[in-house]
Design a protein around this ligand. Structure first.
Ligand code: CUA
Length: 336
């Protein structure tokens, strides 16, 4: 009996150490959806059962290695055992009960992830070899990135134009295949809980570039989401300054030029309009319309002192004349 007591203590200690270690090992990225909470709760229970089963086996083994090792001079065979009916019944009934219990928990978690909100935002997710498209049919536009409002449920309807893909954002925990064919649509409901940028990865081997079938997922404040939807549906605004701000973001100007005076690789746009600047050739210029247009079209033509080592790409090449004028209007609006 003292052996059983010692083994029980050993198993209990091992279970706590392993279970606590695994539970706190950060084996999953931070949770970012309501539905994922049910999955995480399930994972945690599994972790503890796994820790106990592992400790049960390795605990008995470790103890036996030490307590029942051969003594010096011992030559005979060990005791002979002929089964143990009680033990056999126990190790059949107990695991059966645990498996049934987890089947119940799994079904409950599945139901939890499918709880429907009638006001859910509808987005159709279309997988293709090898990219994702998101159709916001209620608003009548499509996007290459998935933007979702925080704390509101989105109903994603999955489909595919060719082969089976799989929608997977690890922080949301849920995964759903996107199947090709009429009537093969599958649904997934997600209520994001943390503002931020995530990656959607295809989780079904779908061909040569499967590994690169990645899209941006952006969880936004509801007001930002509504603003984004309005921008997508209304087209460019009538106000050249607002358009200029949009080009500032879309053409990547913001990577090098701040609009709040802070330092980035290039000069900030805040208050730059109308100032006098010393050029690298020793002359001075006034930052006016003409100089700004030249700087966008031919960035290396006249460089302001202190920025001579920075090579700006000729961004103007990919913009229309009107867009360049919009940008200059936007810079002028930042003069105050
Ligand atoms: Cu699509 Cu893998």
């Amino acid at each position: 009996m003292k052996h059983f007591f010692r083994v029980a203590v050993l198993v209990a200690i091992l279970t706590v150490l392993i279970g606590f270690g695994l539970d706190n090992s950060g084996y999953m990225p931070a949770l970012a959806s309501v539905q994922g909470a049910a999955i995480d709760a399930l994972f945690r229970k599994h972790i503890w059962v796994i820790s106990f089963l592992f400790s049960l086996i390795s605990g008995f083994m470790l103890y036996s290695f030490v307590a029942f090792r051969r003594k010096p001079g011992e030559e005979g065979d060990g005791d002979h055992f002929e089964g143990h009916t009680g033990l056999e019944i126990a190790w059949t009934i107990l695991p059966l009960g645990i498996v049934l219990y987890f089947a119940f928990l799994g079904a409950a978690a599945l139901a939890e992830t499918r709880r429907a909100d009638p006001n859910a935002h509808k987005v159709t997710v279309v997988g293709s070899q090898w990219s994702w498209r998101f159709d916001y049919e209620d608003y009548g536009f499509s996007s290459t990135e998935l933007r979702l409002p925080i704390d509101q449920q989105s109903l994603l309807t999955m489909t595919s134009t060719d082969v089976i893909h799989s929608f997977w954002v690890p922080e949301f925990r849920l995964k759903q295949d996107a199947l090709p064919g009429e009537g093969m649509e599958r649904e997934l409901r997600i209520t994001p809980t943390v503002i931020g940028d995530y990656k959607l990865r295809c989780a079904e081997l779908c061909g040569l570039e499967h590994a690169y079938m990645v899209s941006d997922v952006i969880v936004m404040e509801v007001s930002d989401f509504e603003k984004w939807v309005a921008e997508q549906t209304e087209g460019p605004s009538d106000d050249p300054i607002e358009r200029g701000e949009l080009w500032y973001e879309q053409y990547g100007c913001q990577a090098c030029h701040s609009i709040d005076g802070s330092d980035r690789i290039g000069p900030t746009w805040a208050g730059i309009f109308g100032t006098e600047e010393l050029l690298t050739d020793g002359t001075t210029i006034v930052v006016d319309r003409e100089y700004l247009i030249e700087s966008i079209v031919d960035p290396q033509a006249a460089i302001v002192e202190g920025f001579e080592t920075i090579v700006m790409p000729p961004t103007g090449d990919s913009m229309t004349e009107e867009q360049i004028h919009d940008i200059v209007d936007f810079i002028e609006s930042l003069a105050e």
